[in-house]
Design a protein around this ligand. Structure first.
Ligand SMILES: [Zn+2]
Length: 101
């Protein structure tokens, strides 16, 4: 049986470092603004946390698998983040491309 420790999962949670957009013109998805009061913009019941790819600040906690794949997360550090393809393709997530253009 697998009694080893996986470096990718701590407990039941999975933290994903988002991908920082090099150019703001790439931010074509729905923009989620950052909070100025230090709180997390989104909290949900899921198992996935999204962290800023620039500074590591948590931008979403408890994301249900498959959510926010087309969203852009603004961070207080000035970075615009999107969900990396590696996370979208994760085998832990159910693929759903039915809404793709
Ligand atoms: Zn940041």
């Amino acid at each position: 049986m697998n009694d080893g420790r996986s470096p990718r999962r701590l407990g039941a949670r999975l933290r994903i470092a988002l991908e920082v957009l090099e150019d703001a013109s790439e931010a074509t998805g729905f923009l989620i603004p950052h909070r100025t009061d230090g709180s997390v913009p989104y909290r949900g019941p899921g198992e996935v946390d999204y962290a800023c790819g620039g500074c590591g600040y948590l931008l979403a906690i408890g994301v249900p698998p498959g959510q926010f794949q087309r969203f852009v997360f603004s961070c207080g550090c000035g970075a615009l983040n999107r969900v990396p393809w590696s996370a979208r393709a994760s085998s832990a997530w159910m693929a759903d491309s039915s809404s793709a253009p």
